[in-house]
Design a protein around this ligand. Structure first.
Ligand code: FAD
Length: 382
């Protein structure tokens, strides 16, 4: 069995199976970590994170088979990523502060906490952990082992196939009790026993009464989300599109709008061989399914490509906090020198949601129905 397949065909097939066989039980089963192959959850995060499959595509598939009110919990989870991304977008200083912290922690030896050691191995071997395991892991890391949340977030960053700056940083902050200030997530042995169905029971091994003060913490006031400039699609000629890890399926949006374009794919290397191999195979699949796409991995070659193809209008996926690739002054100045106009495309999915991500998830949740009905954004997404 291919645990994390890398072709769109296989991923769609897995999602269709999940939608037909598992999703109705998702709400009651999702919190159980029963080990590989984690059939009770979708394992879509490495793909949605890169929009190898978009949220709109996922929605259109699951709603073919299911009534919306029977799969609300799953839909809500899909929106957690959107919410975290929007929250970080309106609190960018939180990510900058995280970046300033250079602490790392290599786990060279076993801790003796069987579940924790198991999750380390699972993460290193597969690049994935179940959500509940991530919560327990982070809590043990911070409150039992006494390491900083930032070093834990970096450990995940270096090893997760689905690493997402917003979900990861804010997930770790949430466990540490500084996202929802003063409410740390404390992993308990009985909870681990129950939700792993007795695979693990770290009785008396966890620190359940950490001594932390949250008095001086504040996340600051959200800044207003500023939408990028509107793209005048009807006036655009000589269009170029750069796909990258921020959105590997943006070509579909342009196809729907009937825009003709030249396309290249920004191929990045990752130091972790598992992530690197996974990404390369995804890129390969994009290339196999899209005629004429060129793989590029350095800025100079991008400029040659732009000139060779005579591109005058360049479209790039919008770059959220933590995901900056091309939104740097050097690159943009060079485009201006070449008299190329550029547009960072923010999908409607994000555009409608981000302005509502300034407060807690509870408030955002009230908007979900409105967001999914908004111009039926996921209908005919495939
Ligand atoms: C400390 C910590 C760190 C995390 N780091 C990351 C990360 O770097 N990248 C990442 O994608 N997720 C992260 N998460 C969130 C979550 O654990 C994963 O998105 C989820 O486990 C992915 O598995 P799945 O696709 O099988 O999820 P499912 O349960 O099948 O959920 C479906 C989809 O909903 C979204 N989703 C579900 N739960 C969450 C969540 N809590 N936050 C955001 N989106 C969610 C994902 O896109 C997921 O693919 C983190 C959570 C914690 C507690």
């Amino acid at each position: 069995m291919n645990y994390f397949p890398t072709t769109k065909k296989e991923i769609l097939k897995n999602l269709e199976d999940f939608s037909k066989n598992e999703i109705l039980n998702y709400s009651s089963n999702r919190n159980y970590d029963l080990g590989i192959p984690h059939k009770n959850v979708s394992k879509l995060s490495p793909y949605i994170r890169r929009r190898f499959i978009s949220e709109e595509e996922v929605m259109s598939i699951i709603l073919k088979d299911n009534e919306i009110n029977k799969i609300e919990k799953f839909i809500e989870e899909i929106f957690w990523r959107t919410y975290w991304r929007g929250w970080l977008e309106t609190h960018p200083w939180i990510y900058n502060e995280y970046l300033k912290n250079n602490e790392t922690k290599d786990l060279l030896k076993k801790t003796g906490i069987k579940c924790f050691d198991h999750w380390v191995d699972e993460l290193l071997e597969t690049g994935y952990l179940h959500n509940h395991a991530r919560m327990w892991f982070a809590s043990i890391w911070i409150f039992t082992l006494g390491y900083s949340w930032q070093s834990g977030a970096k450990f995940f960053e270096n090893n997760l196939l689905d690493f997402c700056p917003a979900s990861n940083t804010l997930g770790w902050r949430w466990v540490a009790g500084i996202q929802t200030i003063g409410k740390p997530y404390i992993a308990r042995a009985e909870n681990i026993r129950d939700f792993t169905k007795n695979r693990f029971y770290p009785k008396d091994q966890l620190n359940n009464t950490p001594n932390y003060s949250f008095e001086n913490f504040s996340n600051g006031k959200a800044s207003k989300f500023l939408e990028p400039k509107t793209i005048p699609f009807e006036d655009l000629t000589k269009v170029g599109l750069i796909l990258n890890n921020n959105d590997l399926s943006l070509n579909k949006v342009l196809d729907k709008k009937g825009i003709k374009y030249n396309c290249c794919l920004w191929s990045t290397n990752n130091q972790n061989p598992i992530i690197n191999n996974f990404q390369k195979l995804l890129y390969e699949d994009v290339c196999n399914n899209l005629n004429g796409v060129t793989l590029i991995s350095d800025f100079e070659t991008i400029f040659h490509w732009i000139q060779n193809k005579g591109i005058k209008n360049l479209i790039l996926p919008y770059e959220t906090v933590g995901n900056k690739i091309f939104s740097n002054r050097d690159f943009l100045n060079k485009l201006e020198l070449l008299e190329v106009s550029y547009y960072f495309y923010l999908r409607e999915w994000d555009q409608n949601a981000f302005p509502h991500c300034t407060r807690g998830f509870f408030n955002f949740k009230k908007m979900i129905n409105e967001l999914i009905n908004h111009k039926n954004i996921f209908i005919n997404a495939l």
